[in-house]
Design a protein around this ligand. Structure first.
Ligand code: GLY
Length: 428
């Protein structure tokens, strides 16, 4: 007896994450037609890219009802912050992702820091301000460097590490007085600077139980040796050789489990992907921030390492049956994803440059995930800052990294840039 195939809508920012999730979902025997809002040239190979913005709730609701979509996945921050999941639930539709109140862990840094304080979760010392003068005064007695964070979403640009008091005051002025991030800067968090390696943790949660992913690491800065301005994330590796079982157990016991319990106890059970960004300090793992979705480019390495059927996991999450599922990750396999970006990114960059992938680019242990790409005259062209993610798997981290860089030799577009040191510090 053949099982009915599901029509699935993936709502997200149309980046490498959305292509990777679609790529994995498409491998499920139960996956039917796939739709993407937004998509890119990669997702167009898997299904249909809709001409609807990922934040357009009324149009997405209308499309879902009209097309009789069986399951909608909300995978990026903006639609989650707008309450896409709540609206789909209200309309009686099957949807996966956290509600607006649960996603507040990501879209309000003031909320998440207050949550961490109330639930005694390990994080940097901090204070929250809505008044510029009071914030400026607080700086006087604090030591340097110091971290200034706009509370709301700011495309990854709302965190400033100030080395001097002047720099800190200028950051406060830009956010609170000049309002360069709009309403996202109405509240500001000032926090102690912590040092140590930064890592990404992900867990599936159905609100009652959770399943941990292996740890991963993103590379945020544009320049080699972690220099230059921040990007959305331009290279990931997983699992991490420097995070052993003992550290993972601590992270699970001290951070993931109490966070999810805290959310449930507060009446806002978290369903979806909980992604805390952590720092491994000499006093143990501490929370830098929470995200309420898959990381990008973390999703790209995770989708290469996940053996289980992603659709089965998501279905179990939606039905509140995650605890009955055994999630299997590829054993003794490592993944690396190097992001190729447009010249000038994260500043201004050109779009519309033809992308050349030579014969033999991709395939085997290599999967190329599209991010800022589109199809023009039957050819791939650049259409964003982060253009492609070149992912590889190997029996060691070193091998996975080597394969990813080898594959990049077959890809080119005008202005193409990438970091040559993804995963280098983890190999030390
Ligand atoms: N890896 C960065 C992010 O997804 O926010």
């Amino acid at each position: 007896m053949s099982e009915e195939k599901l029509k699935i809508l993936i709502i997200g920012a149309g980046g490498g994450r959305e292509h990777a999730i679609g790529w994995k979902i498409a491998q499920s025997p139960r996956a039917g037609e796939l739709f993407f809002a937004r998509g890119n040239a990669g997702t167009a190979q898997l299904g249909t890219n809709l001409d609807i913005k990922e934040t357009d709730i009324p149009k997405l609701l209308e499309f879902t009802k009209k097309e009789k979509i069986d399951l909608a996945l909300v995978v990026s921050d903006d639609p989650l912050a707008l309450g896409m999941v709540d609206e789909f639930k209200k309309a009686g539709l099957r949807v996966w992702g956290p509600t607006k109140r649960a996603a507040q862990l990501e879209w309000s840094k003031a909320f998440s820091k207050d949550f961490m304080r109330r639930h005694h979760l390990p994080t940097a010392k901090f204070e929250i301000f809505t008044n510029f003068e009071k914030a400026k005064k607080y700086l006087e007695k604090e030591s340097l460097p110091i971290v200034i964070k706009a509370s709301g979403l700011a495309l990854g640009k709302g965190v400033i590490i100030a080395q001097t008091k002047e720099e800190a005051t200028q950051a406060l002025e830009k956010i609170m007085v000049k309002k360069i991030f709009g309403t996202s800067g109405e509240e500001v968090v000032i926090e102690e600077f912590m040092t140590g390696p930064e890592i990404s943790i992900h867990a599936f949660s159905d609100g009652k139980s959770y399943k941990m992913f292996p740890a991963s690491q993103d590379h945020k800065k544009i320049g080699e040796g972690d220099t230059g301005p921040n990007t959305g994330g331009i290279g990931t590796i997983a699992p991490l050789p420097f995070v052993d079982k003992e550290v993972m157990n601590r992270i699970e016991k001290e951070i993931v489990a109490p966070t999810l319990k805290g959310m449930a106890d507060d009446g806002t059970p978290f369903e979806g992907i909980l992604y805390p960004g952590l720092i491994l300090t000499k006093d143990g793992p501490k929370i830098l921030e929470y995200n309420a979705r898959f990381g990008d480019p973390e999703a790209e390495v995770y989708m290469r390492l996940l053996n289980s059927d992603l659709l089965d996991i998501i279905d179990a999450c939606v039905d509140g049956k995650l605890s009955s599922l055994n999630i299997i990750w590829k054993k003794d396999i490592f993944a690396c994803n190097v992001v190729l970006v447009s010249g000038g990114y994260p500043g201004n960059y050109e779009k519309g440059n033809p992308i050349l992938i030579e014969e033999g680019g991709g395939g085997g242990d290599i999967v190329i995930f599209h991010a800022g790409t589109k199809i023009e005259n039957n050819k791939f062209v650049t259409n964003g800052g982060r253009v492609l993610g070149v992912s590889a798997i190997g029996n060691t981290l070193k091998e996975a990294i080597k394969k990813a860089y080898k594959a990049i030799e077959k890809i080119s577009f005008e202005g193409m840039q990438y970091r040559k040191d993804i995963g280098k510090s983890a190999l030390k």
